[in-house]
Design a protein around this ligand. Structure first.
Ligand code: ATP
Length: 490
């Protein structure tokens, strides 16, 4: 029976019960520690928690305590920060250049696999003891971050990569809005495991090198003088510092997404002053794009074609064919996301700019509809104009909400607005009306006609007759055999 009581993970009763259970568990172990120290009955061998707490209370007000903490904190935090600054760019370079990746692989694996204690002895000989913790921390953090980032890049969503590539987004936009979210979860997981460990590595290095003024030196002195209570007090302080450091660093990392995508809005592509949003039409209406004997497929295996057609400024053409005929494959080949199996695609302008609406939704889910549009839009398109265009197809309250909160049909309409907000010669639309009701479909078709200006538009559909658009050409793709026949514009 449902008595109205929430039983989910956010239930406050459950949360406070969980906290209480944890406190009880901690108290249990502190009690066990106290009983063990009372049984041993020697403060030198095993000081109890009360002795350690008393020692900590004695240490906390002393300037020497905070100077030692500051000494080690600067080196451990500094070593970690430098390690990130080295490892992230190295991973980006290694992901782009296989030779560099192969070259770095054994070095990173060796650093990762070598115990810190062994490394520290050599580091002491080379660099002395003063900054030993920073170097040891750097060596612990670099491989973890490097391999984490590399894994993120290897598993980056190829669809989002194609999106930024097809729309020819500037490099800073790609790095901040595509690369960063791809590596972010992997970097976070690596950071979670390595940041707490960095304190262990740093303090272990200080215990071996005993640099003057460090936490390691204070722990070493406590051990020499058999001040077990002080030893435990320093250990508690180090554990607390490591915990705090990890929490703050992870919070700072968490704050970077989706902030980085919003920051990327500053780097939108700038067209020359006063240039129209649409690229200037090609002289004499020469073809924007010509496909000759074009055979399309995946991994070198042909699935449709050969195609022969051309598209000129202002053309609206339809690729028509049943499910599985090869419409998406042809569009992705024209966009440059897939290589042709054979034949050629000639771009009339050399730099024929392409915008695309994909069959699967490709939006930055955490960003609003307006931010998704503005990220890709021509820098000459004002935010007010983008908002106006979105309002043609979406309710007002959907424009500033994260797109993850929109319906499938609404998200598709955001993609449509984005495609015509970008500066382009050719817009490829892959079944753009999927999931739209009759009225939304009508509005979407009107949006295309209102904003295509001098662009060519190539649109895929199962049946060209279902489109209420003035078509200049229909490219029909056959059924079972997947070989294409097409009617090029006369
Ligand atoms: N990534 C892939 N690797 C290998 N083959 C693929 C891949 N994607 C699609 N195919 C194959 O290519 C052929 C054409 O698929 P495509 O998605 O282009 O068809 P479509 O006409 O767009 O279909 P639909 O209308 O269902 O979207 C199909 O036989 C499909 O199985």
């Amino acid at each position: 029976m449902n008595n109205g009581t929430s039983t989910g993970p956010n239930n406050p009763q459950r949360t406070s019960a969980t906290v209480l259970a944890r406190v009880v568990a901690i108290l249990f172990w502190i009690g066990a520690w106290q009983i063990a120290s009372m049984a041993v009955n020697s403060e030198f061998v095993l000081a109890g928690p009360l002795d350690a707490a008393a020692a900590l209370v004695r240490l906390l007000p002393s300037g020497e305590f905070w100077r030692s903490v500051g000494f080690s904190l600067i080196r451990i935090a500094g070593g970690s920060a430098i390690a990130y600054l080295v490892a992230v760019p190295l991973a980006l370079i290694a992901a782009a250049l296989p030779t560099i990746r192969t070259l770095l692989q054994p070095a990173m694996s060796a650093i990762k696999g070598t115990p810190i204690a062994c490394t520290v002895v050599a580091l002491l000989i080379w660099f002395g003891s003063r900054n030993i913790s920073a170097i040891a921390v750097g060596l612990a953090v670099i491989p973890a971050v490097y391999f984490g980032v590399l894994q993120g890049l290897d598993r980056a969503d190829p669809g989002m990569r194609d999106l930024f590539h097809t729309f020819n987004a500037p490099v800073p936009v790609r790095l901040l809005a595509q690369t960063w979210p791809a590596i972010f979860p992997y970097l976070r997981a690596a950071s979670q495991s390595v940041l707490g460990m960095s304190w262990k590595a740093g303090i272990a290095a200080e215990l071996i090198g005993v640099p003057t003024g460090s936490v390691g030196e204070r722990i070493y002195q406590a051990k020499l003088l058999l001040e077990t209570a002080d030893l435990f007090a320093w250990t508690i302080a180090v554990v607390a510092l490591a915990w705090l450091f990890e929490r703050l660093a992870l919070r700072a990392l968490d704050a970077t997404w989706p902030a980085s995508a919003k920051f990327a809005l500053r780097f939108r592509r700038h067209e020359p002053e006063g240039a129209p949003v649409v690229k200037p039409s090609i002289a004499n209406k020469a073809p924007i794009l010509t496909a000759s004997n074009l055979v399309c497929g995946h991994n070198g295996i042909a699935s449709s074609g050969p195609f022969g057609f051309h598209l000129r400024a202002g053309d609206i053409a339809c690729i028509e064919g049943p499910s599985g005929a090869g419409k998406t494959t042809l569009l992705n080949t024209l966009a440059g996301s897939l290589d042709p199996v054979s034949g050629s695609i000639e771009r009339g302008h050399g730099d024929t700019a392409i915008a695309q609406v994909y069959q699967d939704i490709r939006l930055l889910e955490e960003l609003s509809a307006i931010d998704n549009v503005m990220l890709i839009a021509s820098a000459n398109l004002s935010s007010a104009e983008a908002r106006k265009r979105l309002k043609e197809l979406l309710p007002s309250d959907a424009i500033d909400a994260p797109v993850s909160a929109l319906s499938g049909g609404q998200r598709r309409r955001v993609e449509l607005v984005r495609a015509f907000a970008a500066s382009s010669h050719l817009v490829l639309l892959d079944e753009p009306f999927t999931g739209l009701d009759a009225q939304a479909r009508e509005l979407a078709q009107a949006h295309i006609l209102a904003h295509m200006e001098d662009r060519a538009v190539l649109i895929s559909a199962h049946d060209a007759a279902s489109l209420d658009l003035p078509l200049d050409a229909i490219i029909s793709i056959g059924t079972a055999c997947h070989t294409g026949s097409q009617a090029a514009r006369p």
